[in-house]
Design a protein around this ligand. Sequence first.
Ligand SMILES: *Cc1c(COP(=O)(O)O)cnc(C)c1O
Length: 386
Amino acid sequence: MSPLLRTYAPAPEVFVRGSGALLETADGKRFIDFLGGIAVSALGHSHPVMVRELSAQLARTVHLSNLFQNPYSQDVAARLARLSGLQAVFFTNSGTEANEAAIKIVRKKAYQRGEKQRTGLIAMEGSFHGRTMGALSLTHTEKYRKPFHPLLPDVEFVAPGDTARLRSLLETRRYAGVFLEPIQGEQGVKELPHAFLREVRELCTATGTLLVHDEVQCGCGRTGSFLAGDAAGVKPDVVTLAKPIAAGLPMGCAIVAAEHADVFEPGDHGSTFAGGPFVLRGAQVFLDLMEQGLQAEVVARGNELRAGLADLKGEFGVITELRGRGLMQGLRLERNAPELQKKLYAKGLITNCTAGEVIRILPPYVITSGEIACGLSILRDCLREL
Ligand SMILES: *Cc1c(COP(=O)(O)O)cnc(C)c1O
C-alpha cells in the first residue's frame, strides 16, 4: 500500500535530473518535456541563472514571514503591477490560493461599499479555478465537486458566450464578482471569444461587479503577451497568476486595479509562507530573463510549434482542431487522445491529455527549436501508429 493518498496516479519512472527541456530518469531514460510540470517550469530544469542565484539566496535567507521585509517584495510587486497594468499585489503559494484571495477581495469590496446583498459569484462553464473549498465552488467540473457539498452558496455558472444570461444575473446586483479564464487550460486549451471577454468587461462595469481573470495557467507571458486578456484588450479588476511565475518554486499572486488597492486592511488576509525571499528571488530571476529577451523567444518557439502542428493536422485526419497560442497549445483529436499521450510518453515525449480529447502542450519557455522539432517528429511517428 502506498504511503501517499491516491490523489494522483503517476507514471512508474522516477525522474532524477533535468536540463532545459530535457528530463532524465533514474535508469537513464531521456524525455523531451512538452509539459513543463503543467505550465510551471518556465525556465526548464536546472537553469544556470536559477542555480546560481538561488544557491546564493539559500546561503542568505529562505524565509522570514511577512512580519519582516525582504529585499525583493517591493520590486517583484511593482514589476508585476506594471506588467499587468494593475496596481497592488498579494502573494500566495499557489494558484488556488490566489483565487481564494480573489474571492475575498470581491466579497470585501461589496462589503466596503455597503452592498451587503452582493455575495454571489459567477464562473464559466468549463472552468477550473482549483480544489480548495472556495476555488472548488467556482470550478465547474461535476466530478471534482460532487463529494464535497455543500460548497459556497450563490455560485452560478454561465456558458461562455451566453451574454444574455450573464446580463440578467448581473442586473440583479447580487453578485460580487465574475471569474473567468481567458483560455481554459484544463478544459482543453479553450480560448474564450475576445468579443465575449469584452462584453463581460462592459457588463461588469455597468453593474458594479468586479471582474477576475484567472491567468494562473495562461498568464506570465506564455501566450505571447504578459496576460492573455491583453490580446482581447480587456483589463480585469483582479488578475490571479501562479504556475510559471517563479520558474518552478511554489508561488502565486492576486493583483488588483488601483481603485481597489484599499480593499484589505491588516488582518483581512494572510499567509505564513507566501512572499518569502527564496521564492521571490526566483520570481525576480524569471522576470529579469523575460525582460532580457525570453518573451520574444516564447513567441518565436510558439510560432514554430504552431506551424509544425498545422502540418500534422494536414497529414492526419484524426486531428480535428488546433488550439491556443504561444507555448500554450492543444491538439484536439477525434478519438484516442489518451492512447496517443501514452504512446508519446513511451517514445520519450511528455505531454498531457485534458478533457479526454486534447493533447496539451505547455513547454518550458527555454525550449529550443531543435527540441520542438524532435517532439513534433515523435508526434508524427505516434500519429502514424494510432
Ligand atoms: C492550475 C490552475 C489553478 C490551481 O493552481 P494550483 O497552483 O494547482 O493551486 C487555478 N486556476 C487555473 C486556471 C489553473 O490552471
